[in-house]
Write a protein that binds this ligand. Structure first.
Ligand code: 3HC
Length: 689
């Protein structure tokens, strides 16, 4: 065996040279890998003893793509294209032996091999779009030649991988291997020794014909994905590349791909999305947990409260095959909750994403009960009743005597003091916050709230458990509203001020929508319901929201709130809302005026950044990027802008401080006082993170 580099080995078996890549954890195409492949191919081509080449990977996967950490370091030799070119042009057959995930540059490497063999659970994809990029190693030109332009367009715009069975059907791979991959690849390669006319994807274009015959195809795709991809550059750039594959000769198509790739790579969206890729993975790590911290087993879960939240939370467990006991006080409420769960599953089944048997199996896993006592054998119990400290404390007091000694007791509170809840139990080390976001069966974010006394094992268990139920966990500390809602309060407060000062609610919403949020603050309030925390008996009409509720305008559910809604829930701005803001402004002596879109944007976003800085300086979040993960997954912050803290870095922290001071002077309010951490970092020319 020869070690070509510290990442690539070279051996010869029965006339077949085997290049074995070993670059843990995912065999990314780092410099040493590219160098090793280049040298290995050259060596095999000049060695008369070698008749074919196999490219295979050690570890858990085939090459999962370019090394993303290298993008910001500039081009390092050998250039990826040169390596691919030498493989494509090789005079001896090259076989890619694939297991795990052949993604991005990994699949592009395989597409330059003359043959591809793979194990049955291998997956293949070009997920560059998720990094704000497009496949820059010829993938947009070769994949459509392998699987057709239609399938290739779907794969590059969604980033979703396909499995081996589909890959075989489409002609992306030559065989699916049963048994030992290396032995099968060696036998396959040996069989190809002496083949003179090697199959090269660049030479094939019969699978492009159907797209050539249907000139409207790409515009149809654009239309179909436009809602989902609003604001993103990369999906459109990926489509343009496949169009080039269909309409241009291969080498011209490659040049188009290279040009568009460089445009994306040097732009802010890709920088933000690459940053976010690592932010998400960082968030799962807890800095101060001893490495040997044990986890508690979780095999059965209890949920208290069968309302919208509780039902949604229970669905998460059933979705991964975990039995759940769902407890309510009254039979009627329990029946209603279970019916909503069933209806949700049936809706998913109607869309073809679940079979009728799966609907039944999941519903069966959720067992309703009217007795808290039935939670006695649960490993994790999540309380999801309404936000009232006394009610929650009562539940935790009772749980303390019902739950097993080693059970984890969690509250789904979105803002209350977890320490006060934990304080009523004799086991505060077993109490934690698990703040799900609505709809709880859909939203990916889970704020894992660490109380003063929460045990390390409980934190570790919940961080892993979150991933088991396919959530993105972010560890946060106790404060009013934790990370997400605490920051949101600031934005809501300013949006309300702006409306008093003369900006119409729908204009404020539009500015935030155009920034990339799925909706603005007033649309969000209408969706959530304006009557949360409001009661007819005690209402004093002290705010615009109170007055809207007094008028029976509770938001979308009553077809009226800040907007009027038609039967299809299409909103039009409600004049009554603007009039009420004007009335309150006059009463409070606030002069109404024209407010620019820039001021609206600044005044909604800067307080979020400032609050994020306070959260960091208080140690409520572990790192700035965790705040961004909360915002992208929980509140619809556009990922192509990275999150509030990354966005602040792109503005420059000095600019952020200057603007905060400017609005402080303009409004004469302490609200705008920059956080100490922000001042410090801006003073040092620093950044968050
Ligand atoms: N470059 C650098 N590091 C990478 C990486 C990559 N392409 N892919 C994964 N990693 C790192 C992760 O950051 C993580 O590091 P950590 O342990 O220090 O946090 C580690 O590898 C393991 O990753 P995951 O935690 O994500 O492991 P999973 O087993 O859950 O998932 C995976 C494995 C499916 C391969 C997933 O990591 C993934 O989707 N990776 C990215 C794939 C991708 O986007 N490829 C395209 C890259 S761009 C490209 O190829 C451009 C080309 O066209 C020119």
């Amino acid at each position: 065996m020869t070690a070509l580099t510290d990442r690539v080995d070279y051996t010869i078996t029965d006339g077949v040279a085997v290049l074995t890549l070993n670059n843990p954890p995912v065999n990314a195409l780092s410099q040493g890998v590219r160098q090793g492949i280049k040298e290995g191919v050259e060596m095999a081509l000049t060695d008369p003893q070698v008749g074919a080449i196999v490219l295979i990977c050690e570890g858990r996967t085939f090459i999962a793509g370019a090394d993303i950490t290298e993008f910001s370091q500039g081009l390092q030799e050998p250039d990826f294209h040169g390596v691919l070119q030498s493989m494509d042009a090789a005079s001896k057959p090259i076989v890619a032996a694939i297991h795990g995930t052949a993604l991005g540059g990994g699949l592009e490497t395989a597409l330059c091999c003359h043959y591809r063999v793979a194990v049955a659970d291998a997956r293949f994809g070009l997920p560059e779009v998720n990094l704000g990029l497009l496949p820059g190693g010829g993938g947009t030109q070769r994949l459509p030649r392998a699987v057709g332009a239609e399938k290739a367009t779907e794969m590059v715009t969604s980033g979703n991988p396909i499995g081996a069975t589909e890959a075989l059907q489409l002609g992306l791979i030559d065989i699916v291997v049963e048994g030992d991959l290396r032995a099968a690849a060696l036998a396959f390669a040996a069989d190809k020794i002496g083949t003179t006319s090697l199959p090269r994807l660049r030479d094939r274009d019969e699978k492009l014909q159907s797209a050539r015959d249907n000139p409207g195809f790409f515009d149809e795709v654009r239309k179909a994905i436009s809602r989902k991809t609003r604001g993103f550059l990369a999906p459109e750039y990926n489509i343009r590349c496949i169009e080039a594959a269909v309409n241009q000769p291969f080498d011209e198509g490659l040049a188009t791909e290279a040009k568009l790739f460089m445009e994306l790579l040097s732009g802010p969206q890709s920088a933000a999305q690459q940053y976010f890729f690592f932010a998400e993975r960082q968030a799962a790590k807890v800095v101060d947990l001893p490495a040997d911290t044990a986890e508690r087993p979780i095999n059965k879960v209890g949920v208290i409260g069968a309302g919208t939240m509780g039902g949604g939370i229970a669905m998460n467990m059933a979705n991964v095959g975990l039995p759940v006991t769902l407890v309510e006080v009254k039979q009627e409420a329990l029946d209603r909750g279970l019916a909503v769960v069933r209806r949700n599953y049936e809706n998913t089944a109607r869309k073809g994403r679940l079979s009728a048997e799966e609907v039944e199996a999941r519903c069966k896993l959720i067992e309703g009960s009217l007795e808290m006592q039935d939670l006695h054998d649960c490993d994790l119990i999540i309380e999801a009743v309404f936000e009232n400290m006394a009610v929650k404390q009562d539940i935790f007091t009772r749980l303390d005597s019902i739950a097993r000694d080693d059970a984890i007791l969690a509250s789904n509170t979105s803002a209350l003091d977890l320490n006060e809840i934990a304080g009523v139990t004799g086991r505060p080390e077993s109490v934690i916050g698990l703040h799900f976001f609505s709809p709880a069966n859909v939203m990916k974010l889970l704020e894992v709230v660490r109380g003063e006394k929460t045990g390390d094992d409980v934190i570790k268990t919940c961080m892993s458990f979150a991933r088991r139920i396919r959530k993105v966990p972010v560890l946060v500390g106790v404060c009013h509203g934790f990370v997400g809602n605490r920051i949101l309060f600031q934005r809501q407060f300013q949006a309300d001020r702006l409306a008093h000062e003369g900006a119409a609610p729908h204009v404020i919403d539009k500015v935030l929508y155009d920034f990339g949020f799925p909706m603005g603050p007033f649309q969000m309030s209408d969706l959530a319901g304006l009557d949360i925390g409001w009661s007819k008996e005690t209402s004093k009409g002290a705010s615009v929201k109170d007055r809207l509720c007094e008028l029976g305008r509770f938001g979308q559910k009553s077809s009226a709130g800040y907007y009027d809604y038609d039967d299809n829930r299409v909103p039009t701005p409600a004049p009554v809302a603007t009039e009420l803001f004007a009335e309150f402004a006059a009463r409070e002596g606030i002069a109404q005026r024209e407010i620019s879109e820039q001021e609206i944007l600044d005044r909604c976003l800067l307080p979020m950044i400032n609050e994020g800085a306070k959260i960091l300086q208080e140690g409520i979040a572990q790192r700035a990027s965790d705040i961004d993960v909360v915002y992208v997954y929980g509140y619809g912050w556009p990922v192509y802008r990275g999150g509030p803290m990354h966005y602040a870095n792109t503005l420059g922290l000095e600019t952020v401080v200057e603007k905060l001071r400017k609005y402080g002077e303009q409004t004469g309010s302490d609200f705008w006082q920059p956080a100490e951490l922000l001042l410090k970092l801006a003073g040092e020319g620093g950044r968050f993170g």
